[in-house]
Write a protein that binds this ligand. Structure first.
Ligand code: GLV
Ligand code: MN
Ligand code: MN
Length: 489
């Protein structure tokens, strides 16, 4: 019988790292589709090479494929923060930035910047970005799509002589880390620019004991705590942030449209759970005398699954918990154990230690806190019962983010115009979605207003080599961004 939980966030018995102070709350349901009366599909007109398809489609797709080959592994795509491949990817992106007519530099967190000052260099700048790092065994679109489409659209403006007519500076940033694979602390690049990366992050270390600072130093980038604080952009110098990203879900494919606007992004928490037991001989320790951290970890992981499948069984409506919190959780909560390691990891040894990650996401921040609280308490109880030691460390937190309505509306109008030009058809509206995936826009929302454009994803599959965006949809995204940029001229 589940203990009922009050939705009051408590943190005792969890070690905390500083938390990004995102303050916006979302209560909308997960992947909410607001648009009505959409056409069932959209066709791309033939013979539309005048719509810059050679740059926005052919070259953009070729670049995505080229970037997708820049990997630290031979058999699959993997680029983590400051790895050799991520440095090569940054160099390639820098060349493409120069090809688009931008001034480039790499900052002390490894972010690659390309900027055009426009007619009024002292005006507030539009920032466009996404990340150049990937997960392990990644697809080629996650992150890269946003960088490549931005550079393609700016290249078109440059070739057509419009770049020099922009009324405000435009800067593309290829962020060095969004996935958090190497250091478990996501948004290293964008959080530094937004000024919300705690300086202590420089001393966080990866599995091999290399710190963030050390990883940068290996690539001849010296960063100190003072330099990190200086990376923060002055909010007064920034007008807004726009990010194009593969949807990573099935909604746009379901409605038959290539593009959609993002209304908000789910909040997330990452934990690292360490279970310590008694290492021993697989053949000699009787079952009744074991303190087996592997079996304990299995029970903890199954607990996580049940709690996240049926959160309503664990929540009460008193305290700060409202019916809408519970309803939002029921529709949006997702929890994952994606990484597990054991020591010493041999088939004839009862392990001494098991460590695994927990990723919890929800649209409702209070509800997510309540889940973390309940999960932690129950995990500690299971560990006590099994006489193993548990340590639950909180590695990352980002509250849910609401995209800026004004900026989103401008991006939406541009998207609408682009889709109309591409298809030659009238559309009723552009769909609006919620994002379950995290994005650099979450960190950037601390600095400025943000808007995001999602691009249709085949089968909703992402974080997998099967991830796919059609060539025409890459083109549509470039057209939408181009139409948006044209409004700045
Ligand atoms: C980034 O892709 C994330 O949502 O984990
Ligand atoms: Mn990703
Ligand atoms: Mn991404």
């Amino acid at each position: 019988m589940a203990t009922l939980l009050q939705c009051t966030p408590l943190h005792h018995s969890i070690s905390l790292i500083p938390i990004l102070n995102l303050s916006l709350l979302l209560s909308s349901s997960f992947l909410l589709l607001l648009a009505i009366s959409l056409p069932s599909t959209i066709r791309f007109s033939e013979g539309t090479s005048f719509l810059h398809s050679e740059i926005l489609k052919d070259e953009a797709v070729a670049r995505l494929n080229e970037l997708g080959k820049v990997s630290d592994a031979q058999e699959f795509l993997a680029r983590t923060f400051q790895s050799p491949a991520s440095v090569r990817a940054g160099n390639l992106i820098r060349l493409w930035m120069e090809d688009a007519g931008l001034q480039t530099w790499v900052d002390q967190m490894g972010n690659v910047h390309g900027r055009y000052e426009g007619l009024n260099p002292s005006e507030k700048a539009l920032l466009i970005g996404s990340h150049l790092d990937t997960v392990i065994d990644a697809g080629i679109f996650d992150g890269a799509l946003g960088i490549v489409t931005a550079l393609s659209a700016l290249k078109v403006l440059n070739i057509s002589g419009m770049l020099g007519k922009l009324r405000r500076p435009v800067e593309v940033i290829a962020f060095s880390d969004e996935e958090g694979v190497r250091f478990q602390s996501t948004f290293l690049g964008s959080a530094a620019i937004a000024g919300v990366l705690p300086v202590s992050t420089l001393h966080v270390h990866d599995k091999s004991g290399v710190t963030v600072q050390g990883a940068l130093r290996e690539n001849s980038i010296e960063i100190t705590e003072e330099n990190l604080l200086q990376l923060k952009y002055d909010p007064e110098s920034v007008w807004g942030y726009v990010e194009v990203h593969i949807e990573q879900g099935p909604v746009l494919e379901t409605v038959g449209l290539p593009l959609g606007l993002v209304k908000g992004i789910a909040g997330q928490t990452r934990l690292r759970v360490t279970v310590k037991g008694s290492q021993g001989h697989a053949g000699t320790v009787p079952m009744t005398m074991r303190q087996d951290p592997m079996a304990a970890a299995a029970e903890l992981i199954v607990l996580l699954e049940s709690l996240c499948k049926q959160p309503e069984d664990y929540l009460s409506y008193d305290g700060q918990c409202t019916a809408s919190t519970v309803q939002s959780l029921a529709g949006s909560l997702v929890c994952t154990v994606g990484e597990i390691s054991t020591w010493p990891s041999a088939s004839n040894v009862i392990p001494g230690q098991v460590t695994f990650t927990v990723d919890v996401r929800a649209m409702d921040d209070l509800g997510r806190e309540a889940i973390i609280y309940e999960l932690s308490n129950r995990m500690y109880r299971i560990c006590d019962k099994r006489s193993v030691l548990c340590l639950i460390e909180r590695k990352h937190d980002a509250n849910a983010v609401v995209c800026n309505p004004g900026l989103s509306s401008q991006l939406k109008s541009a998207t609408y115009a682009a889709l109309k030009r591409i298809s030659g058809e009238d559309l009723d509206d552009v769909p609006i979605l919620m994002s379950g995936a995290g994005h650099d826009a979450m960190a950037m929302s601390h600095l400025t207003k943000v808007a995001m454009l999602f691009v249709r994803c085949r089968g909703g599959v992402s974080h997998s080599p099967a991830e796919h965006v059609s060539d025409n949809d890459v083109w549509a995204a470039g057209m939408a961004l181009l139409a948006f940029l044209e409004t700045l001229a």
